[in-house]
Design a protein around this ligand. Structure first.
Ligand SMILES: [Zn+2]
Length: 270
């Protein structure tokens, strides 16, 4: 399928991807790969801004990161739950977009939405590959929005009954799942050099004007832009240092690395 995504980042909130792996997505797009972002929630619980503002800002950020596809599901913000219904929602998108690589949030963290999104994403990737699980393409996001109550705790097959016009989606399981670890203090198994993408990634985050521009609302919760910039730079520098480059983003893979040529292994030892 020509429209399949090469790399697909799944995260709980709009702006999570910009903070944790936006530079990597931009780098991959610059290399000619097709990238996408699925935000699980629409941000209705945020202290600042409306969901409409955030949707507009997410589109702007996606343009800066040269993302080919971006959508937000309607899972309630602040209560991302790993239910069968939510897994099917994500699995349906995985079958539609057919990514080879999926980037998930790391499975530990402060915000329950983040670590839940990790497990939910993993189990959705697994479910998407089950040959006997019938899933049909959603007719529209609005339709799945009204069908979702947020109350379901699993067991109900909401995926196969969206509409009579919906098309069956063939099974698909991503080849690779990696975890973006920036929100959690854990040693990454690899970092991606984003030295050339750092400025654009920062601009993509600043596209969320309702969240990050200096303002009165939530002043105690949100750092001012200058402070935010130095924090983000410090993190990128730290992970860059681990990889022997200026700026980098951290990732973790559960599998071991496979090496073909010892002479080609990057990152100096001493
Ligand atoms: Zn978040």
């Amino acid at each position: 399928m020509t429209s399949a995504l090469d790399i697909f980042a799944i995260a709980a909130h709009r702006d999570d991807v910009e903070q944790t792996c936006g530079g990597t997505l931009l780098k991959m797009a610059q290399r000619g790969h097709r990238t996408g972002i699925l935000d699980l929630t629409q941000g209705e619980m945020g202290t600042r801004g409306t969901t409409e503002q955030r949707a507009h800002e997410a589109t702007e950020a996606a343009k800066i990161l040269r993302v080919a596809w971006r959508q937000a599901l309607n899972i309630p913000d602040g209560r991302v739950e790993n239910t069968w219904e939510n897994r099917l929602k994500v699995a349906r998108v995985i079958r539609e977009q057919r990514p080879r690589v999926v980037i998930l949030p790391y499975w530990k963290g402060r915000h329950p939405d983040h670590y839940t999104a990790s497990v939910l994403g993993y189990e959705a990737c697994f479910a998407a590959g089950l040959a006997k699980l019938e899933l049909t393409s959603a007719v529209s996001t609005q339709q799945s929005a009204v069908s979702h109550s947020g109350e379901a705790s699993g067991g109900r097959d909401a995926g196969a009954t969206v509409s009579d016009q919906a098309l069956p989606l063939p099974p698909h399981r991503p080849f690779k799942i990696v975890y973006a670890t920036l929100y959690y203090d854990v040693r990454p198994t690899f970092v991606v050099d984003i030295t050339d993408q750092f400025e654009a990634r920062f601009r993509s985050l600043m596209a969320y004007k309702s969240q990050f521009s200096d303002q009165e609302a939530g002043k105690d919760l949100f750092p001012a832009e200058a402070e935010l910039r130095s924090r983000i730079e410090a993190m990128a520098r730290f992970y860059g240092m681990l990889g022997g480059v200026t700026y980098a983003e951290p990732f973790l893979q559960k599998e071991v690395g496979l090496v073909d040529d010892l002479l080609a292994i990057p990152v100096k030892s001493i």
